[in-house]
Design a protein around this ligand. Structure first.
Ligand code: HMG
Length: 390
């Protein structure tokens, strides 16, 4: 039985910051951000968007009534959770009107959480072939104003519907993975900003990729020539390219050109969104599928997932016949076109606008946020969500 990605949806908040303007404000050569880091724009969440609303907005246009009845498992991968007890997925389950006969959980391991979710979904469907699983990957990457990580912030979510006989990509069975207890990036419970050892995190990302890629080749006998494209977790778009370059000499000039060209397509959305942690790898896959016109059905795509701390996995999928007809290209194009630029001053103000943590009641101005699903306020320590289309 084929199991894999049946539908894929994306959402980013409606505000963005131009990286060249951020560079100017920080007295940095703009080429460092646009070429050295490889980022053009950074998605910025207003206070009315959190990991719950981003995920719900990503899934909203993608699910049919039939899907909502068939989904019996919601898996929410995030490292921007809003509660240490209740899963963010339970809110999304309600906001989207998914039938009550479903399991819902939140999964955490830095940017790797949604990949764990996909593998759990695959196992669930193998046992329950008529089920559909909604896997959500939603995050807000915050390092802080004027920090080394500032240029690699972002916000957004990807929603994946996993099922048998998938319309977009069938996942293959072999994957290779590893865990090592390292401190390259972490966020203690008391902090709303991440701590990072930037250079070490880059080194570990490459080291993990080298290891799982070597293990994959050993396990399957496949090589670089068996891949149409490789997609990477993209904390910033230069990172994946650095990893890809480490294996270029394993193939011919033609392999190198094909993988490099497809890499550029796979990084387009990420270049204008920034890091969305759990969703970054899947945004890169979506970017490849929506921006590259002529990928053939039957092509093998490799996916490298990395979550600091750290867990890494390499797995693969096969594109299905007619996959392009099942993408939501028009919807995503409109989403990107409708975004509004903010100045550096506005960005700093929005960045500092956080929710009270003392239990006080607050009503937020959701009129300024064009998203269908918003955070409307806080009352008795409870987040108040609203779905404007209901
Ligand atoms: P930095 O110190 O600001 O930058 O840190 P740099 O000095 O290393 O320069 C970056 C690149 O720009 C270099 O290129 C420079 O040469 C180049 P490279 O040598 O790397 O190819 N450069 C220029 N290029 C053109 N014109 C110029 C110019 N100047 C310099 N004028 C760093 C950068 C990414 C470390 C920092 O932003 C950071 O700490 N970010 C957060 C951590 C991160 O993203 N790590 C990635 C791997 S870990 C990961 O992916 C997991 C993560 O997503 C979290 C999770 O799992 O939950 C982060």
């Amino acid at each position: 039985m084929k199991i894999g990605i049946d539908k894929i949806g994306f959402y980013a908040p409606h505000l963005y910051l131009d990286m060249k303007k951020l560079a100017a404000a920080r007295n940095i050569d703009p080429d460092k951000f646009t070429i050295g880091i490889g980022q053009e724009k950074m998605a910025l969440p207003p206070v009315t968007q959190d990991s719950v609303t981003l995920a719900a907005n990503a899934a909203l246009n993608m699910l049919s009534e039939k899907d909502k009845q068939a989904i019996d498992f919601v898996i929410f991968g995030t490292e921007s959770g809003i509660d240490n007890s209740k899963s963010a997925g339970v809110y999304v389950h309600h906001l989207l009107g998914i039938n009550p006969r479903a399991r819902t959980v939140e999964v955490k391991q830095a940017c790797y959480g949604a990949t764990a979710g996909i593998q759990m979904a695959k196992g669930h469907i193998a046992l329950n072939p008529d089920s559909k699983v909604l896997v959500l990957a939603s995050d807000i990457a915050r390092y802080g104003l004027n920090t080394g990580g500032e240029s690699t912030q972002g916000a957004g979510a990807v929603a994946l519907l996993v099922s048998k006989d998938p319309q977009i990509m069938a996942l293959e069975d072999t994957s290779t993975y590893m865990t090592s207890d390292i401190m390259d990036f972490w966020r203690p419970i008391y902090s709303d900003k991440a701590f990072v050892d930037g250079k070490f995190s880059n080194e570990q990302y490459i080291a993990f990729f080298s290891q799982v890629w070597a293990n994959y080749k050993e396990k399957t006998g496949h090589s670089i020539k068996d891949f149409e494209a490789l997609c990477f977790h993209l904390p910033y778009t230069k990172m994946g390219l650095k990893a890809l370059r480490t294996i270029f000499d394993e193939g011919s000039e033609e392999d190198k050109e094909r993988l490099f060209d497809n890499y550029q397509h796979s990084a387009r959305y990420n270049r204008v969104v920034g890091n969305i942690y759990t969703g970054s790898l899947y945004l890169s896959l979506l970017s490849l599928l929506e921006n590259k016109q002529n990928l053939k059905a039957g092509s093998r795509i490799g996916l490298f997932s990395y979550g600091s701390g750290a867990v890494g996995e390499f797995f693969t999928g096969i594109l299905q016949p007619g996959y392009r007809e099942h993408l939501q290209m028009e919807h995503h194009t409109k989403l990107f076109e409708a975004r509004q630029e903010v100045s550096v001053e506005e960005y700093e103000q929005i960045f500092e606008e956080t929710l009270p943590v003392d239990g006080s009641t607050i009503e937020l101005d959701i009129e300024k946020d064009p998203a269908a699903i918003c955070l409307a306020g806080l009352e008795n320590n409870k987040r108040q969500y609203i779905n404007k289309v209901n």
